[in-house]
Design a protein around this ligand. Structure first.
Ligand SMILES: [Zn+2]
Length: 260
Protein backbone atom coordinates (compact mmCIF):
# COMPACT_ATOMS: atom_id res chain seq x y z
CA UNK A 1 0.00 0.00 0.00
CA UNK A 2 1.39 3.39 -0.88
CA UNK A 3 1.36 6.17 1.60
CA UNK A 4 2.00 9.84 1.26
CA UNK A 5 4.52 11.83 3.19
CA UNK A 6 3.21 14.63 5.30
CA UNK A 7 5.17 17.07 7.34
CA UNK A 8 3.82 19.08 10.19
CA UNK A 9 5.91 21.40 12.17
CA UNK A 10 5.87 22.38 15.75
CA UNK A 11 7.95 24.37 18.10
CA UNK A 12 9.18 23.62 21.55
CA UNK A 13 9.31 27.01 23.13
CA UNK A 14 6.96 29.80 24.00
CA UNK A 15 9.03 32.65 22.63
CA UNK A 16 9.58 31.34 19.14
CA UNK A 17 7.32 32.34 16.31
CA UNK A 18 5.74 29.52 14.43
CA UNK A 19 4.35 29.34 10.97
CA UNK A 20 0.88 27.93 10.86
CA UNK A 21 -0.26 25.24 8.52
CA UNK A 22 -1.95 26.68 5.47
CA UNK A 23 -5.13 24.81 4.84
CA UNK A 24 -6.38 23.68 1.49
CA UNK A 25 -9.91 22.59 0.78
CA UNK A 26 -9.86 19.07 -0.52
CA UNK A 27 -13.02 17.25 -1.45
CA UNK A 28 -14.28 15.96 1.86
CA UNK A 29 -16.16 12.74 2.30
CA UNK A 30 -19.84 13.30 2.92
CA UNK A 31 -20.70 13.35 6.57
CA UNK A 32 -17.15 13.65 7.81
CA UNK A 33 -16.22 16.53 10.08
CA UNK A 34 -12.81 18.14 9.95
CA UNK A 35 -12.88 20.98 12.40
CA UNK A 36 -14.69 22.30 15.39
CA UNK A 37 -14.14 24.68 18.27
CA UNK A 38 -10.55 24.23 19.40
CA UNK A 39 -9.58 21.45 17.05
CA UNK A 40 -8.83 20.70 13.45
CA UNK A 41 -7.98 17.57 11.51
CA UNK A 42 -5.03 17.34 9.11
CA UNK A 43 -7.41 16.78 6.19
CA UNK A 44 -5.60 19.40 4.14
CA UNK A 45 -2.63 17.08 4.33
CA UNK A 46 -4.36 13.85 3.64
CA UNK A 47 -5.38 12.46 7.02
CA UNK A 48 -9.08 12.30 7.73
CA UNK A 49 -9.57 9.55 10.24
CA UNK A 50 -8.24 7.23 12.89
CA UNK A 51 -8.44 3.48 12.36
CA UNK A 52 -9.97 1.17 14.98
CA UNK A 53 -6.93 -1.11 14.55
CA UNK A 54 -4.28 -0.69 17.25
CA UNK A 55 -1.35 1.70 16.98
CA UNK A 56 2.02 1.14 18.62
CA UNK A 57 4.42 3.86 19.73
CA UNK A 58 8.08 2.86 19.61
CA UNK A 59 11.18 4.66 20.75
CA UNK A 60 14.16 5.12 18.47
CA UNK A 61 17.31 4.61 20.49
CA UNK A 62 19.15 7.93 20.79
CA UNK A 63 22.21 7.83 18.59
CA UNK A 64 25.04 10.13 17.59
CA UNK A 65 22.51 12.38 15.85
CA UNK A 66 21.11 13.36 19.22
CA UNK A 67 24.38 14.85 20.41
CA UNK A 68 23.39 13.78 23.91
CA UNK A 69 25.69 12.27 26.47
CA UNK A 70 24.79 8.80 27.64
CA UNK A 71 23.36 10.26 30.84
CA UNK A 72 21.31 12.90 29.00
CA UNK A 73 20.01 10.27 26.61
CA UNK A 74 18.86 8.13 29.51
CA UNK A 75 17.00 11.05 31.06
CA UNK A 76 15.46 11.99 27.72
CA UNK A 77 14.31 8.48 27.01
CA UNK A 78 12.84 8.07 30.47
CA UNK A 79 10.86 11.32 30.15
CA UNK A 80 9.68 10.45 26.67
CA UNK A 81 8.57 6.99 27.70
CA UNK A 82 6.79 8.24 30.80
CA UNK A 83 4.73 10.78 28.87
CA UNK A 84 4.10 8.64 25.82
CA UNK A 85 2.77 5.88 28.04
CA UNK A 86 0.33 8.30 29.65
CA UNK A 87 -0.64 9.80 26.29
CA UNK A 88 -1.24 6.35 24.87
CA UNK A 89 -3.55 5.53 27.76
CA UNK A 90 -5.53 8.72 27.27
CA UNK A 91 -5.77 8.20 23.50
CA UNK A 92 -7.02 4.67 24.07
CA UNK A 93 -9.57 5.91 26.56
CA UNK A 94 -11.03 8.71 24.44
CA UNK A 95 -10.89 7.10 20.98
CA UNK A 96 -11.52 3.43 21.71
CA UNK A 97 -8.57 2.60 19.45
CA UNK A 98 -5.81 0.89 21.40
CA UNK A 99 -2.51 2.74 21.70
CA UNK A 100 0.45 1.17 23.43
CA UNK A 101 4.04 2.14 24.07
CA UNK A 102 6.31 -0.73 23.15
CA UNK A 103 9.34 -1.67 25.17
CA UNK A 104 12.60 -1.96 23.29
CA UNK A 105 13.58 0.09 20.27
CA UNK A 106 12.48 0.83 16.76
CA UNK A 107 14.92 1.49 13.97
CA UNK A 108 14.85 4.97 12.50
CA UNK A 109 12.02 5.66 10.05
CA UNK A 110 12.79 8.02 7.17
CA UNK A 111 9.95 7.75 4.68
CA UNK A 112 6.25 6.99 4.65
CA UNK A 113 6.85 4.57 1.78
CA UNK A 114 8.75 2.30 4.16
CA UNK A 115 6.97 3.16 7.41
CA UNK A 116 5.38 0.21 9.15
CA UNK A 117 1.61 0.37 9.38
CA UNK A 118 0.31 1.83 12.66
CA UNK A 119 3.75 2.33 14.13
CA UNK A 120 4.75 5.75 15.43
CA UNK A 121 8.51 5.98 15.89
CA UNK A 122 9.61 8.60 18.37
CA UNK A 123 13.21 9.66 18.61
CA UNK A 124 15.40 12.59 19.43
CA UNK A 125 17.80 14.43 17.21
CA UNK A 126 19.73 17.62 17.43
CA UNK A 127 17.68 20.32 15.62
CA UNK A 128 15.66 17.91 13.49
CA UNK A 129 13.33 20.49 12.01
CA UNK A 130 13.37 20.72 8.23
CA UNK A 131 13.85 23.03 6.55
CA UNK A 132 16.28 25.11 8.51
CA UNK A 133 17.21 22.99 11.52
CA UNK A 134 15.68 25.63 13.76
CA UNK A 135 16.75 25.49 17.39
CA UNK A 136 14.02 24.30 19.72
CA UNK A 137 11.76 22.88 17.02
CA UNK A 138 10.51 19.34 16.99
CA UNK A 139 8.72 17.80 14.04
CA UNK A 140 6.12 15.15 13.40
CA UNK A 141 5.91 13.28 10.11
CA UNK A 142 2.46 11.72 9.89
CA UNK A 143 1.70 9.29 7.09
CA UNK A 144 -1.73 8.44 5.76
CA UNK A 145 -3.27 5.35 4.24
CA UNK A 146 -3.97 6.12 0.61
CA UNK A 147 -7.15 4.04 0.51
CA UNK A 148 -9.25 5.72 3.15
CA UNK A 149 -6.98 8.54 4.35
CA UNK A 150 -6.74 7.11 7.86
CA UNK A 151 -3.69 7.74 10.03
CA UNK A 152 -1.03 5.27 8.93
CA UNK A 153 1.63 5.98 11.54
CA UNK A 154 4.88 7.81 10.95
CA UNK A 155 7.63 9.29 13.02
CA UNK A 156 8.45 12.10 15.39
CA UNK A 157 11.75 13.80 16.04
CA UNK A 158 12.00 15.65 19.29
CA UNK A 159 14.74 18.25 19.43
CA UNK A 160 17.40 16.81 21.72
CA UNK A 161 18.27 20.32 22.86
CA UNK A 162 15.52 20.07 25.48
CA UNK A 163 17.78 17.62 27.32
CA UNK A 164 21.27 18.95 26.81
CA UNK A 165 20.70 22.28 28.46
CA UNK A 166 20.91 24.40 25.33
CA UNK A 167 17.16 24.94 25.00
CA UNK A 168 15.30 25.76 28.18
CA UNK A 169 11.84 24.30 28.54
CA UNK A 170 10.06 23.43 31.76
CA UNK A 171 9.51 19.69 32.09
CA UNK A 172 5.73 20.08 32.35
CA UNK A 173 5.63 22.14 29.17
CA UNK A 174 7.76 19.54 27.50
CA UNK A 175 5.13 16.96 28.38
CA UNK A 176 2.53 18.99 26.51
CA UNK A 177 4.88 19.21 23.57
CA UNK A 178 5.32 15.45 23.44
CA UNK A 179 1.53 15.02 23.38
CA UNK A 180 1.32 17.76 20.75
CA UNK A 181 3.65 15.93 18.39
CA UNK A 182 1.88 12.65 19.03
CA UNK A 183 -1.40 14.39 18.15
CA UNK A 184 0.06 15.46 14.80
CA UNK A 185 1.28 11.96 14.12
CA UNK A 186 -2.27 10.60 14.21
CA UNK A 187 -3.98 13.38 12.33
CA UNK A 188 -4.56 16.45 14.47
CA UNK A 189 -3.64 19.81 12.99
CA UNK A 190 -2.94 23.04 14.81
CA UNK A 191 -6.04 24.40 16.49
CA UNK A 192 -5.34 28.07 15.87
CA UNK A 193 -8.03 30.28 14.39
CA UNK A 194 -8.43 33.99 14.01
CA UNK A 195 -10.04 35.09 17.22
CA UNK A 196 -11.02 38.30 18.90
CA UNK A 197 -8.37 40.39 17.19
CA UNK A 198 -10.02 39.54 13.86
CA UNK A 199 -6.85 40.29 11.93
CA UNK A 200 -7.62 37.44 9.52
CA UNK A 201 -4.62 35.50 10.74
CA UNK A 202 -4.50 32.54 13.08
CA UNK A 203 -1.71 33.89 15.24
CA UNK A 204 0.50 31.93 17.63
CA UNK A 205 -1.52 31.01 20.74
CA UNK A 206 -4.73 32.25 19.11
CA UNK A 207 -6.81 29.28 20.12
CA UNK A 208 -9.92 28.39 22.07
CA UNK A 209 -9.50 29.04 25.77
CA UNK A 210 -11.45 29.25 29.01
CA UNK A 211 -11.34 30.93 32.40
CA UNK A 212 -8.55 28.55 33.51
CA UNK A 213 -6.42 29.78 30.60
CA UNK A 214 -6.36 26.32 29.10
CA UNK A 215 -5.38 26.05 25.46
CA UNK A 216 -5.72 23.02 23.23
CA UNK A 217 -2.56 20.91 23.37
CA UNK A 218 -2.64 21.26 19.59
CA UNK A 219 -2.44 25.04 19.80
CA UNK A 220 0.64 26.35 17.97
CA UNK A 221 3.39 26.78 18.91
CA UNK A 222 2.33 24.87 22.00
CA UNK A 223 -0.58 24.56 24.37
CA UNK A 224 -2.11 22.56 27.14
CA UNK A 225 -3.92 23.12 30.40
CA UNK A 226 -3.26 26.57 31.87
CA UNK A 227 -0.78 27.33 29.11
CA UNK A 228 -2.52 30.56 28.15
CA UNK A 229 -1.17 33.86 29.40
CA UNK A 230 -1.78 34.12 33.14
CA UNK A 231 -2.48 30.42 33.58
CA UNK A 232 -1.68 28.75 36.90
CA UNK A 233 1.58 26.84 37.07
CA UNK A 234 -0.03 24.50 39.59
CA UNK A 235 -2.78 23.66 37.14
CA UNK A 236 -0.31 23.42 34.30
CA UNK A 237 1.74 20.86 36.18
CA UNK A 238 -1.30 18.94 37.39
CA UNK A 239 -2.55 18.33 33.86
CA UNK A 240 0.78 18.33 32.04
CA UNK A 241 0.69 16.30 28.88
CA UNK A 242 -3.04 15.64 29.02
CA UNK A 243 -5.18 16.40 26.02
CA UNK A 244 -7.83 19.03 26.71
CA UNK A 245 -11.55 18.78 25.99
CA UNK A 246 -10.92 20.46 22.64
CA UNK A 247 -8.24 17.99 21.58
CA UNK A 248 -10.47 15.16 22.75
CA UNK A 249 -13.31 16.43 20.56
CA UNK A 250 -10.91 16.36 17.61
CA UNK A 251 -9.73 12.86 18.45
CA UNK A 252 -13.29 11.60 18.68
CA UNK A 253 -14.07 13.21 15.32
CA UNK A 254 -11.04 11.50 13.78
CA UNK A 255 -12.36 8.16 14.96
CA UNK A 256 -15.92 8.91 13.85
CA UNK A 257 -14.66 9.75 10.35
CA UNK A 258 -13.21 6.30 9.86
CA UNK A 259 -14.55 4.17 7.05
CA UNK A 260 -13.25 0.89 5.70
ZN1 LIG B 1 2.55 21.55 15.95
Amino acid sequence: MTVKKKIVRSVGVVAAAAGLVALSNPAYAAGDVYKGTGWRILSGRGIESLSPDPYVIKIVKPGAGSKLTAAQARTAEAQLRAQLKKSAAQLTSVTGTKFTLASGYQKEVTACSTAERHVIAVGMKYRPFTPGNKPGYSQAHPCSASGNQSAWGGWIWMDSEYWNGSWKIDPYRLRNLISHELGHSIGLDHANTDGSDANRTADPYECATNSSKDLPVMCSPNGGHAMGKGGSVTRGKKYAGQYTKWDIAGLKALKANFSR
